[in-house]
Design a protein around this ligand. Structure first.
Ligand code: NDP
Length: 481
């Protein structure tokens, strides 16, 4: 049995309480690891280690920090197969997806920020009397980083890389459901020569370790990715302590297909945007809106492709849809399929347990991708984040109606628009209330662009220089000449 310990001050150590949690393989339901169930005492120790490392790390030149992070990127790449396999084992995602998205992105996150810090610049504001204002951007100290289970290494490194590259030390708390790649990353950070205390990882539950980190008085900054409800708690704890907070929260993203779209491309693009990673991506387009002129044909092609998706063993390279993260989550997602029927919707395919799973996978958490039509936009199924392989399909008659339906949600993370009419694409993109709009694509990510959500999908932007700005404090120096 694997043991996942905390990584504090460059050493692996058990939690002070000695308590542990079971880490379950979603593909089989079997326990695969025992992980530290940390609490305030462990977080205190990690924050102290980070605070001790900070004075020296902030003085380390950008060139040296860059070199160390590039070495870590190389080590992640050298251990590519192992990390992809661990991510699939821990999360239930197809190993092919971990190889295509999760691990390459972790490598890119480190390389991107390791090189970005070599190209920063700040502003200077000269005054009429000759006085000069110039801006210094300085690290804050100990950064608290909290990440979810759906893209474990991808999102953890999206926080660690800019935090540490800009000269902060960090205490990261990965999701208790997916600690394995974070644990391996700690080993690689040590091997890369990152000084002890610069990166600390504390495992455990949100209610214990997560809240202790969010409310810690010596942690001036919290970068959180997770659910909207949890985001409220993070804000409530961090607000009175005047912490700098970035919240990347949930989504209920619209995927709008106009009658003039390249239909085959729109259908092909809507399959991953609906079901990639079992629909457990905050950016998934879980509400599809289709112009009535092509509604029937879109649905025919979309259903045909959905039914052909291979659901099953995450470790099988041919699998398209793996296992959901946990039994509780499977119950929650299945509950929404039942609710859809109660709300008057028609489940056109999927929504049940796939037939013919091998014995080994009997205890796993599988759900056939579900496509649902006939629902009112105001109902719970179309309003609440399901975070599973479940999409709704709804017709519309005009761009105005499509925009109104798309914006009729408390979320505002991302949207996709499929059309050949460029003017319409720009107009609709400008009218949509979401932090990211993709036109004729989905999940095309450039790490330089601002990333974040509007409305209940978050506060603040990360990505590119927005991340470096977030992880540093601007200081104006005014010199009278
Ligand atoms: P949660 O909000 O449940 O958890 C996220 C992280 O916060 C976990 O590490 C969790 O720990 C921890 N946590 C839980 N409660 C608290 C608390 N009170 N204080 C501090 N930390 C806490 O989200 P999920 O892990 O279930 O992830 C899914 C959600 O994340 C979805 O809503 C999804 O949309 C969103 N998400 C948003 C993204 C974005 O970029 N906007 C990207 C990816 C996901 P533990 O798991 O150990 O309880």
């Amino acid at each position: 049995m694997r043991r996942v310990l905390n990584f504090i001050g460059g050493e692996f150590c058990p939690p002070a309480s000695g308590k542990t949690l079971a880490d379950v393989d979603p593909a089989t339901g079997e326990v695969i690891a025992e992980i530290a169930d940390s609490d305030r005492e462990d977080v205190d120790a990690a924050v102290s280690a980070a605070a001790r490392a900070f004075p020296s790390w902030r003085r380390t030149s950008a060139e040296e920090r860059s070199k160390l992070l590039m070495r870590l990127a190389d080590l992640v790449e050298e251990n590519f197969d192992e990390l992809a396999s661990l991510e699939s084992l821990d999360n239930g995602k197809p190993v092919s997806l971990a190889r295509r998205i999760d691990v390459p992105r972790a490598v890119r996150n480190f390389r991107f920020f390791a090189t970005a810090i070599l190209h920063t610049e700040t502003k200077c504001h000269p005054m009429d009397d000759g006085s000069l204002n110039y801006t210094l951007r300085q690290p804050l100290g100990v950064a608290g980083l909290i990440s979810p289970w759906n893209l474990p290494l991808y999102l953890l490194t999206w926080k660690i890389a800019p935090a540490v590259a800009s000269g902060n030390c960090c205490v990261a708390k990965p999701s208790e459901l997916t600690p394995l790649t974070a644990n391996r990353l700690a080993e690689l950070a040590r091997e890369a020569g990152i000084p002890p205390g610069v990166i600390n990882i504390v495992h455990g539950r949100g209610a214990g370790a997560g809240r202790a980190l969010t409310s810690h008085p010596e942690v001036p900054l919290i970068s959180f990715t997770g659910g909207t409800q949890t985001g409220k708690d993070v804000m409530a704890l961090a607000g009175p302590l005047f912490k700098k907070v970035s919240l990347e929260l949930g989504g209920k993203n619209p995927n709008i297909v106009f009658g003039d779209a390249d239909l085959e491309e729109a259908v092909a693009g809507s399959i991953p945007s609906s079901f990639a990673n079992q629909g457990e991506i905050c950016l998934c387009g879980s509400r599809i809106f289709v112009e009535r002129t092509i509604y029937d044909e879109f649905l025919r092609r979309f259903l045909d492709r959905t039914k052909r998706l291979k659901v099953g063993d995450p470790q099988d390279p041919a699998t398209d849809v793996g296992a959901l993260i946990s039994e509780a989550h499977l119950e929650k997602v299945s509950g929404y399929v039942a609710l859809a029927r109660q709300e008057g919707g028609e489940v056109l395919c999927g929504g049940g347990r796939p037939a013919g799973l091998p014995d080994r996978l009997r205890g796993g958490y599988y759900l056939e991708p579900a496509v649902i039509s006939g629902l009112a936009c105001s109902g719970r199924v179309m309003q609440e984040e399901i975070f599973g392989p479940v999409v709704t399909v709804t017709p519309f008659d005009s761009p105005e109606e499509a925009v109104a339906q798309a914006n009729g949600s408390r979320y505002g993370l991302s949207a996709s628009v499929w059309t050949r009419d460029l003017g319409k694409a720009h107009r609709v993109a400008a009218a949509l209330e979401s932090g990211t709009v993709w036109v004729n694509t989905w999940l095309t990510r450039d790490l330089r662009v601002p990333f974040g959500g509007m409305k209940d999908s978050g506060v603040g932007r990360e990505g590119g220089f927005d991340s470096l700005d977030f992880f540093t404090e601007a200081k104006n120096v005014c010199v009278k000449l």
